[in-house]
Design a protein around this ligand. Structure first.
Ligand SMILES: [Zn+2]
Length: 83
């Protein structure tokens, strides 16, 4: 009997986290549902909290999802509010 081998599937370590479209140089410890990242260079993104277009090296993701971003300012406010 020949057993089939399927060794080609590459599973991500965290299936719930989406892959970063940016170059992340550093990932901080998650704070609640938010995780702060430092990017290699200042990057434009839309903050989902203040709904402004930002350009920064620091960006936070919610639940590890890169389609739900937050700027450093809002991230600090969220943490100071304890949520
Ligand atoms: Zn913001």
């Amino acid at each position: 009997m020949a057993s089939e081998s399927h060794q080609h599937s590459k599973e991500p370590s965290n299936p719930n986290a989406s892959e970063s479209p940016f170059k992340v140089t550093m990932q901080y410890d998650p704070q609640g549902e938010w995780t702060l990242h430092r990017l290699e260079s200042a990057t434009s993104f839309g903050c989902g909290q203040c709904n402004k277009q930002k350009k920064a090296k620091l960006v936070a993701t919610r639940h590890g999802q890169w389609d739900d971003l937050c700027c450093n300012g809002c991230y600090g406010l969220l943490l100071s509010k304890g949520k």
